[in-house]
Design a protein around this ligand. Sequence first.
Ligand code: 6AU
Length: 399
Amino acid sequence: MAPSSQRHPTLYQTYGERSEQPNLTPLASYLLRLIHLKRTNLCVSADVNTTTELLQLAEEVGEHICVLKTHADIIDDFSDRTIRGLNEISRRKKFLIFEDRKFGDIGSTLQQQYTRGPLAIVKWASLVNAALFPGPAVITALAEAAQKAIAAHNTSVSTDISASPAASLVDSGRDDESVEGASDDDDDDEDDDDDDDIDSDVAEASDLAEDRKGRKQSVVSVSTTISTKTEAISPQPALRPTLSRDSTQSSDAEEAEEVAAELAELGPPPFHRSLLLLAQMSSAGNLLTPDYTAQCVHHARRNRDFVMGFIAQQSLNKEAGDNFITMTPGVQLTQGGDAHGQQYNTPQKVIAEGGTDIIIVGRGVYGAPVSERKAAALKYRQAGWNAYQQRLRAGRQRR
Ligand code: 6AU
């Protein structure tokens, strides 16, 4: 079902234009800029079962994606090593991490599911999703927990920055434990041997930044620690680099260099957290009615500082001021389905016709033979981007 252009404020706007509009969370603005600069609207769904497979997949497809989606609870050996590995690759290859937790419980329980336990999702996933069926407290409870985690993170940053070099290496980070559930306290029993598997300098730097206990004090210089965390504390990154480049033009070597420089300038994502509401599902016979979807939009508008957008099959931006990001699962290069109710649409159908923003592809990429996974990601990247460009062209023809 194609959304009507009259009632769709973002349908014919570029990601770059949208990134500069108000009514966006810092993270939404960052993500739109990232998509615009990296020229990819592909999210790979990494539904694999071990840390090694997850990190290998992230490494292989990282350059082609804007978001990597995880299901942490299906990873047999999920641990701090998983988190540090993911963080390192996401910083280096530039993509956001989205934990597909599909929260759906009373507020007090889901605050704990978000911040505690072996997954402690709030610490490492920029994006999570939730169903609205328990009621709007789902949004406010998650937002409150996210806010505490951000405050704890920023407190620890301030502590690190203001401490003397020696103190920041030895004592940093013990002041943030007042924030229940959001501190790194529960890292205490993590196995230091895990660290041996991450060998790049960047990984060492981000390990140190995360590691408030100073276990690796001697490896990275103090200035590296401070600059890493200073970037992360920024609540609203400046709108840089400028978005002058016309994303609809084809790439050449010069442009590739320019893109690399702009991406480097974009820096790491701000330490913020956002929510995607599960507004529509791809599975056959699902019970998410149009009324339920409309409620998701209603409550998203009331919580624009935390709700980045939706998981849905079509764009739900209908009123002036709507600039929600829609991510669409159930995507393959041909229409079809699986044996368990999954239904697939093409990138053309969901991006060009449905007006959505990001395609989520799981088995279409990780189901390919290992040697072909990178090429599969590239294929989906191109299909998603072509569909977006087709939509922009249709918009130009209407003018
Ligand atoms: O491409 P697939 O079918 O291998 O994987 C699709 C991924 C899976 C699902 O858990 C998820 O997308 N998903 C979701 C999400 C992202 O919330 C909603 C939905 O309606 N359908 C769906 O498949 O990881």
